[in-house]
Design a protein around this ligand. Structure first.
Ligand code: OAD
Length: 249
């Protein structure tokens, strides 16, 4: 039980949450896998690789513009909000997300490590400049930078490395955390899926929050089966008082 493992927190509480598309599902953002998942309708190799963008930037941008419009109509749900509350309450809390939708920040989270980038930023393929652009729909597809270069979404595509500094911080957080919440991810995409394994090997208590089993379920110390927006607030409510008293050493 979680209370037994509370002893671990005396050494310095560090809680990490790793989120995936499932945390935004109740906000109306489609997940990637599963019956309604984006990868059921679209092929990643046509839309989410550097080769696809080189072949047809207009097609890729049309898809991203459609996703941006869908996300723009979505609001954070109770799971996003409770994670923001954890950050505000706990002395040592870090959120690592695979999501590009920006809903964690919209809910108030500030310490967010975005492993796969952010759909609201664009990056110039010529000068490398990164800027936020929240216009929906985009007035020009494909969009261009002031330097004349072609802009791309500032997200990580298949076959691309993750941002080194972000990944480094995520590894470190996974290694030193005492508890990792794994929320709404199928745990099929690397290197994100390895973070809970690293945390477990370093002695962390793993809590999985998901509507279905994943490859990490058997590794978890506690499994909260159900929609994140329902089960995560209940979990936090039951533990907030005991967790928030501890200080990181
Ligand atoms: P997936 O679509 O692979 O998995 C979503 C997970 O959320 C599944 O395990 C579902 O069971 C679970 N889920 C669905 N609704 C839920 C809910 N209401 N509450 C809790 N869990 C729920 O999404 P990710 O694991 O995030 O990468 O996918 C990882 C990466 O694969 C994405 O970042 C993206 C994708 O290809 C890139 O585009 C690089």
């Amino acid at each position: 039980m979680f209370s037994i493992n509370m002893k671990m927190f005396v050494q310095g509480i560090s809680i990490v949450a790793l989120t995936g598309a499932g945390v935004s599902a109740e906000s109306g953002v489609p997940t990637f896998r599963g019956p309604e998942g984006l990868w059921r309708t679209f092929r990643p190799e046509d839309l989410a690789t550097p080769e696809a963008f080189a072949r047809n930037p207009t097609l890729v941008w049309e898809w991203y513009d459609w996703r941006r419009r869908r996300i723009a109509a979505c609001q954070p749900n109770p799971a996003h909000r409770v994670l923001a509350e954890m950050e505000a309450t706990l002395p040592d809390f870090i959120l690592i997300t695979q999501n590009v939708d920006g809903l964690h920040q919209a809910a108030g989270s500030r310490k967010v490590l975005e492993l796969h980038g952010n759909i609201w930023r664009v990056r110039c393929t010529r000068c490398g400049k990164v800027v936020e652009d929240r216009r929906v729909p985009l007035p020009e597809i494909p969009p261009h930078c002031a330097c004349g270069g072609l802009l791309r979404p500032d997200v990580v595509w298949f076959g691309e490395p993750l941002p080194t500094d972000v990944l480094q911080q995520a590894w470190e957080a996974a290694k030193r955390c005492r508890c990792m919440l794994i929320i709404g991810t199928s745990a099929l995409v690397q290197p994100a899926a390895s973070l809970p394994v690293i945390a477990k090997q370093s002695g962390a208590y793993l809590v999985e929050v998901n509507v279905a089993d994943t490859p990490l379920t058997s590794l978890a110390d506690e499994v909260l089966r159900g929609p994140a927006g329902e089960v995560l607030p209940r979990w936090w409510e039951a533990r907030r008082a005991s967790l928030s008293g501890w200080r990181c050493q």
